[in-house]
Design a protein around this ligand. Structure first.
Ligand code: AQP
Length: 334
């Protein structure tokens, strides 16, 4: 097997990126680009599995690119483009739809969450979304995929699909089995209103998340209003785990301050949550507001953002076309 390492990941252009996207995915993207070939994609075809207003979608694609760049992605080091501009994603997705099994898709918990109680009304695209995600990764024969913990199940499916393709078409090791790279300390940032749900762009209440573009004032208000606990901060993880919202705040604090959860608990135990909130507000403002300012600045340079996408598309398409040629051959398509 080759030891070549190639990183691929995608972010949906479905609105404001938030602290969960930032700590769970984007920061990891940036550190990986230092030593590894990386491809980062704005996955607009995934976004339309739930209806998006066309003009909002266009703006959100550019805003996602601006967020990539503002976080530190460098288009000279990483390939940055939008999914629909490389048609190989859709073509391979169709081939993989024929490899993937209905039973496998039926186990995907994200479909159950996103489709809600009325599954009959969900789009077919939402149901087969994990097959498109497998195509995104396998189109480049990517070996590593930095994602938040919420995407772990989809990545396992991508591995199953790659394995089945390799078996069905008798081409051992043709597709590498992609490995997830999940942030070690904080793989899932939770909602500020409900510690059992992940922080999400599509959650109705803006108070549930900290957006990268939030002002210091907004950040401060959101953290002040965040659910915590009326008793003081415990000295052990077992007690903290009984209060998911409090655990979430302490997790975010530990991650940004680069301290272990244990060390944070030693420093904070016995103090009130209002104390933690004051310290957390300072940390989050220092970490996030420079990113937000840069996003706003870049959004005024739309031509530049479009040019980043165009150059990225050209680079991505070369790899995609070369791999697709071999894939078509394996499947027997002329
Ligand atoms: N709360 C989170 N904690 C840690 N990581 C997260 N990610 C998303 N939310 C969290 C990771 O960010 C990357 C991009 O995610 P996405 O925007 O493509 O899709 P998503 O996971 O569906 O994110 P949202 O915010 O919940 O969007 P909507 O509401 O539109 O569905 C992924 O690596 C993801 O794991």
């Amino acid at each position: 097997m080759s030891s070549r390492k190639l990183v691929f990941s995608g972010v949906q252009p479905t609105g404001n990126l938030h602290l969960g996207n930032y700590l769970g995915a984007l920061k990891n993207f940036v550190s990986l680009q230092k030593n590894t070939e990386c491809i980062y994609c704005v996955v607009d075809l995934h976004a339309i599995t739930i209806f998006q207003k066309p003009n909002e979608l266009q703006n959100n694609v550019l805003e996602t690119v601006a967020s990539f760049l503002a976080t530190g992605l460098d288009p000279k080091k990483s390939t940055i483009f939008n999914q629909s501009s490389v048609s190989g994603h859709a073509e391979l997705a169709w081939i993989l739809n024929c490899v993937s099994r209905i039973g496998w898709l039926n186990r995907m918990t994200q479909f159950k969450d996103k489709a809600g109680s009325d599954k009959e009304k969900a789009s077919v695209g939402l149901y087969i979304y994990p097959n498109l995600m497998a195509a995104d990764i396998l189109l480049y024969k990517a070996t590593h995929v930095p994602v938040g913990a919420d995407q772990k199940q989809h990545l396992e499916l991508s591995r199953d699909i790659a394995q089945k393709f390799n078996n069905d078409f008798d081409c051992k090791d043709f597709f590498p089995l992609p490995e997830p790279l999940i942030a070690k300390n904080i793989s899932r940032v939770m909602s500020l209103r409900d510690g059992t749900k992940k922080m999400s762009k599509s959650e109705e209440s803006d108070y549930s998340r900290i957006n990268l573009k939030d002002s210091p004032d907004e950040i401060s208000k959101k953290i002040k209003k965040a659910k915590s606990d009326s008793s003081s901060i415990p000295d052990n993880l077992k007690d903290l785990e009984k209060k998911p919202e409090a655990l979430n705040l302490i997790n975010i604090f530990s991650e940004i301050s680069k301290k272990s959860l244990e060390k944070t608990l030693i420093d904070m135990s016995g103090k009130e949550y209002s104390y933690l909130k004051t310290k957390l507000t300072e940390l989050v403002i220092n970490e996030i507001t420079p990113v937000g300012k840069e996003i706003k600045k870049l959004l005024a340079e739309k031509a530049y953002l479009k040019n980043v996408l165009k150059k990225g598309k050209e680079k991505a398409n070369i790899i995609a076309e070369e791999n697709l040629k071999n894939i078509r051959e394996k499947v027997g398509l002329i």
